[in-house]
Design a protein around this ligand. Sequence first.
Ligand code: NDP
Length: 333
Amino acid sequence: NRQIVLANRPKGMPDKETFHFVEQDIKELEEGEVLHRTLYVSVDPYMRGRMQDAESYIEPFQVGKVIEGGSIGEVIESKSEKFQQGDIVIGMFGWQTYYVAKEKEIRKIDPSLAPISTHLGILGMTGLTAYFGLLDIGKPKEGETVVVSGAAGAVGSVVGQIAKIKGARVVGIAGSEDKISFLKDQLQFDEAVNYKTAADLKEAIGQACPNGVDVYFDNVGGKVSDAVLANLNRYARIPVCGAISAYNLESVDVGPRVQTTLIKKSALMQGFTVGDFSNQFQEGAMQLGKWLQEGNLKYRETIHDGFENIPSAFLDLFKGNNTGKLLVKVADR
Ligand code: NDP
């Protein structure tokens, strides 16, 4: 069994030295346990936070221990009555090629619904993040303007499309011309702004949002968010989902203070994690699946091949080298 462990806690941007490849024996199966072979591994920005020894909504990774995270596998041996050889399962086994799971650690997925990889993306954690953050906190109404940052990524691309389904005018912010075309031409966003090339981002967002911003779904924080917040309408809602621009900073990010903006605009800003909605996951996944089958939701995945490429795939998230969900395919079914 090959594993990738955390070699040390990175300062600033992680690099290949942050990770260490090790070999481990596979333990004997006990009653109620299932051995599976990993097929897909998810790499996610939140994993950067878990590399720090800091209090958070989730435990930090331990140095020398395997990096945990969402993955999909195929059952190859089972001592459980609930799982059979050949079942496709999802769980948090992380960056390793095999894993012996207890029944409660895994859940079966139906491979006939959609490609199995979608359960780590649009039908899984990132899709649900978009769904609940936008609908429960953003609450977009027909005709309102919704702005989403990190718009061409796994969460952002779903946020914009759900906002369109709800009848909003949607403006995406992303970091390359390819992503801008993807948002406008493939996902039918009304406008898209390249934050890397805009001469004056606040003005560019103002132009893309002639009626102001009613909902800002924030995936990135930092200067991009400063520019959006300068264009808010009264009673705007701001689901704060992520702050990827700050994840690799070595000192605290300080920007314009937002309190007076929020007061003047009677705006609501609310942080959340997808886990806040765990009781409603089934409902959310069913709705996302329905929209997908009806053709109302599209998705793209950036899939890297090979277990050895997991660390570089993870680092690509911070370089913007992905459109849609970034995954690593570790083995064929
Ligand atoms: P993405 O697929 O969006 O990948 C990350 C993207 O972030 C990159 O492609 C890049 O796109 C952009 N990016 C990277 N660095 C910067 C930067 N310095 N400034 C602005 N943009 C940057 O990842 P996810 O969809 O998985 O996650 C998006 C956000 O949502 C993250 O902040 C993540 O932590 C958060 N999240 C929160 C959850 C929650 O429960 N609250 C759950 C899941 C994700 P570009 O080319 O446009 O720069």
